[in-house]
Structures are given as C-alpha cells and as structure tokens.
Design a protein around this ligand. Structure first.
Ligand SMILES: [Fe+2]
Ligand SMILES: [Fe+2]
Length: 254
C-alpha cells in the first residue's frame, strides 16, 4: 500500500544512522555547504527529468515528468535560498567544514543515468527507487533538524513532493509495464547496487592511494634524501677542473 501524501517511513538503515546525521547537520557551516550542494543536485536532477519529458512518447508521462522537473527545480531554489540565508549568519573567514558526503548524501541519483538511453520502464523504476531513497533520507534530515526550524520546514515541504514523486513513478511503472514492473524494479535495484559499489570502490581506492603515497613519502624517500646529502658533502665546492676522460667534445645529447 502506498503511504499517504507527505508521509514516508525512513528505512531502518537511515533511522539507525540518525545520530550520525544529527552530528553532520549540527555544524552551521557544514549545513550551509550541504544545502548549497543539495540545491545543485536537485536542479541537475530536474534537468535530467526535463530531458525525459522531451524523450517520452507517452503524453501522461510527459505531463508528470514536466511537473516532476518543475518540482526539482523549485527544490533546488529552496535549498539554495535557505543555504544563502544561513550563510549570512555565519562568522566570516571560517574554513570549509568536512562535508561527510558519503554519510549524508543528497539528490536522487539521476546523474547515474543516461536519460536518453533509457526506456520509460527502466527510467520509472530507477526514479521510483531514487525518490524513495531520497524521501527516506530527507525524513531523517528533517527530524534531526528540529533545532533549525526554517531548514526543517524546507525539508518538510520538499519531502511532501518527494513522496508524490515516489508514488507516481511506481503507479506509472505499474501502468506501462503491468506484467513486468517487478522485474524492472529488481533490475534498477541491482543497477543502483552496482553503481553504489563502484562509487565505494573508487573512494576506497582514493583513500588507499593517499595512504600508500603518504607511507612511501615518509618511509622510502628519507633514505634517498640522506644519500643525496652525503653525496653533496663529498662534492667539491666551486669551480674545479674536469677529469680528461669526461672532458671530450660534445657529440651526443647525454
Ligand atoms: Fe527533489
Ligand atoms: Fe524528487
């Protein structure tokens, strides 16, 4: 059964992470950066869905995609406006805070998708899962932001739309692929899982690369630096005659 408009149950996983989300959103500066970043992601998502509206041959889907794109564009504006208002209250000259993007991601993941290459079925399945994940996270963000009423109100209003997006995409998927909508949902789930794994693996590779290079810098380079210093001490200072066997005319590059 679909939840009523404006209502969503956060997943157990998102609820479990609520203390971490509370910590992530507790820093004013990080909140500003995250709101501005969310603004960008929502607007980008809106652009992708606008593209989907251009591509579909289904008139009802086109109308729904258009409404969806307008919603996402408005969300982008709301996040940016709230981020800018909060920014004006910050002490000038603060350094950027750690973003914890992997802990409190925003957006809908539509950037994982080449909209023009997807069928309506696959796109609806993907959008449904993305909107559901976003609605679940946004409901936790709203709950942990009770101390910041204006930001909490922004999430609350946006959440209302996200629940609508989550519901209409499933209803339309069931309409356009009544027999196969479950298969499309599983396919989208696996695809999201695969992309999530790739993102995680890329980040892990980045962390491991940094770690290995740092170890190399502190463990492997010092002996070479010492050898170079010793060699430098053996060098004679100033001009001195070159030995005859090294003093031939230049007939090669090295
Ligand atoms: Fe949105
Ligand atoms: Fe949405």
């Amino acid at each position: 059964m679909q939840p009523p408009p404006g209502h969503v149950h956060a997943t157990r996983f998102d609820r479990m992470l609520a203390p971490l989300h509370r910590w992530v959103w507790s820093c004013d500066q990080r909140r500003v950066q995250k709101l501005l970043r969310f603004g960008e992601t929502e607007t980008d998502g809106g652009r992708d869905i606008l593209r989907a509206a251009e591509m579909t041959s289904d008139p009802l889907l086109r109308r729904l995609y258009l409404k969806h794109a307008i919603d996402e564009h408005r969300h982008g504006d709301m996040f940016r406006r709230r981020g800018a208002d909060l920014f004006r209250t910050l002490t000038p000259g603060l350094k950027p805070a750690f973003q914890a993007e992997w802990l409190a991601p925003g957006g809908h993941g539509a950037d994982d998708l080449e909209v023009q290459d997807e069928s309506d079925n696959d796109l609806l399945a993907f959008l449904h899962l993305s909107e559901r994940a976003a609605a679940s996270r946004f409901s936790v963000y709203r709950d942990v932001l009770q101390h910041d009423e204006p930001t909490c109100a922004v999430f609350d209003e946006i959440l209302h739309d996200e629940v609508f997006h989550m519901n209409y995409t499933l209803t339309q998927l069931t309409r356009v692929a009544p027999e196969q909508h479950r298969r499309h949902l599983w396919h989208a789930r696996l695809s999201r899982l695969g992309k999530g794994y790739l993102r995680l693996a890329t980040r892990l590779a980045g962390v491991l690369g940094t770690l290995l290079l740092t170890i190399q810098y502190f463990v492997l380079l010092p002996p070479f630096a010492l050898l170079a210093k010793r060699a430098q001490r053996r060098e004679q200072v100033g001009w001195h005659p070159v030995s005859p066997d090294r003093n031939g005319s230049l007939d090669r590059q090295y």
